[in-house]
Design a protein. Structure first.
Length: 80
């Protein structure tokens, strides 16, 4: 039971990390710039995708904002 839960959670984290990376690279390619805005937009998209199952607009917006901030912070700290 515990191993199945770990496997499902690991798969979900890996899937969302892949979507984040793919989205960030796609936005960067489209914009032609490498800056923090790419990671912020990718974080917002992934955050909204994670929370869309709740069907609460407040939760979707909150998780999108949170992951947008975390994505931008992680991207910014990588460039320091």
């Amino acid at each position: 039971m515990q191993a199945k839960s770990i496997g499902v959670t690991s798969f979900q984290c890996g899937m969302f990390a892949g979507v984040f990376s793919l989205t960030r690279c796609g936005i960067q390619s489209y914009r032609g710039r490498e800056d923090v805005l790419n990671a912020a937009a990718a974080g917002a998209i992934v955050g909204a995708a994670i929370a869309v199952g709740t069907r609460s607009k407040k939760e979707v917006a909150g998780v999108a904002a949170l992951l947008s901030i975390l994505g931008a912070a992680a991207d910014y700290s990588r460039t320091l």
